[in-house]
Design a binder for this molecule. Sequence first.
Ligand code: BES
Ligand code: MN
Ligand code: ZN
Length: 498
Amino acid sequence: MTKLSKMSFSKAAAPKAGVAVILTGEGLSLGPLAEEVVAGLEGGLKRSAGIAGFSGKKKTSMDLVAPAGLGLDRLIVFGLGKLEDMTSDDWRALGGAVLAELQKAKADTATVLLDAPETTIAAATAAEFAMGAKLRAYAFDAYKTKKKDEEKTKDLKLTLSVADPKAAKKAWGSAEAIADGVLLARDLVNEPPNVLGPVEFAGKAKELESLGVEVEILGEKEMKKLKMAALLGVAQGSTRPPQLAVMRWNGGKKGTAPVALVGKGVVFDTGGISIKPAAGMEDMKGDMGGAAAVVGAMHAIAGRKAKANVIGVIGLVENMPDGNAQRPGDIVTAMSGTTIEILNTDAEGRLVLADALWYTQQKYKPAIMIDLATLTGAVLVALGNLNAGLFSNNDELADKLLASSKASGEPLWRLPLSKDYDKIIDTPNADVKNTGGRWAGSITAAQFLQRFANDVPWAHLDIAGTAFGAPKDDICQSWASGYGVRLLNQLVADHYEG
Ligand code: BES
Ligand code: MN
Ligand code: ZN
């Protein structure tokens, strides 16, 4: 395992020692500095490439060990394919792929020449590359006390050689804050549920104060006063008390209505009395992925000093079966006054969000409100691990989110809401029931939430498939992905800043 211990940017120059990484377009077209590096290579680059069957295609690389004629330990050449087709997703993925190759090579220092034929690689592009490397380097291994040799951490110092180091450093200042937000979210989701209960999670939110975020924690007493019986009903089967954490970043103009981010923070979801089967239940330590994304996004937004007003609200509870646990058949009155018939205690996330959403829109009158939640298994049936589900009462907000999704590389797919779907959660016994059954399970869950958004432009992201357990890729080798942090940050940057 390699720890990326240092990332620095230096003026473009051809490295003479250590490990060097260069880039090439398809057909082995090099930038001027890469040309300079390979000039001394005995036999030339073409000969090695011919033998290795390497032509500079996208997602291919060639590793030359102790290249003859050069003072380098290794020369690693990465293919870009057609340079003009490289998107920011591609640059991030490339950063990740380069980091992986350096891990494999057990490098402790390396220089990457961000140089290409007839183009200057922009500072923002260098920052995307660096972000990819940083996200790839993450591993959740704090609990491994006995490491095999290959698991032992090795420090890697990575230097990115760029045309304008000052501009790249500035771009990295913001990008690193975003990457740190993603890694914070991954840590929170990966952390075991015995260690991270509601109180400990709230403590993590509190740590954002060091970035200038105002953090307020509401305990059981305060929530009782606010009549949050929907959230409290979920928590009542656990010995660990619930918390509601409110994070406020005031980087925008005073008086501008904030963007509100609301997260489901079920630190462990047993299902409660409607208990889940044993197989795979350990995954439910990640049922606070929505809250983790909100904390990670607040970290990113505050860390890069965004000129925006953003509120994060997370409802933190544990869903346990117990003599005091809530039962199927119970009817609770949410903070909004809505009565909810509990038919399945495993449909708990929407109960937590009902009060968190209502509180947020009442207290903060946000311009928009977005909730994130690992809400339904049904969204996995619909979209698998590859897209989060998007639901919204506002087309303009939905379109903004879809655009930010494209720009940040966190995929999102819109699903419908309608009056007819809403009817499915009517019940003769109360104002609403907490499940509409198996069919359209993600939609009826979203309809439930919509009843508590109270006409504020609102969107719900069901991240049950994307927050954890998604296939590993160039920038994520961890079970927890940190999904949502980059997307939310992008939305704020694109539409709510300045
Ligand atoms: N936390 C689960 C949803 C979930 C499932 C997240 C798989 C991640 C992976 C949620 O609280 C839940 O249990 N939902 C039920 C709702 C049902 C009882 C109406 C579900 O999806 O089965
Ligand atoms: Mn559940
Ligand atoms: Zn849940």
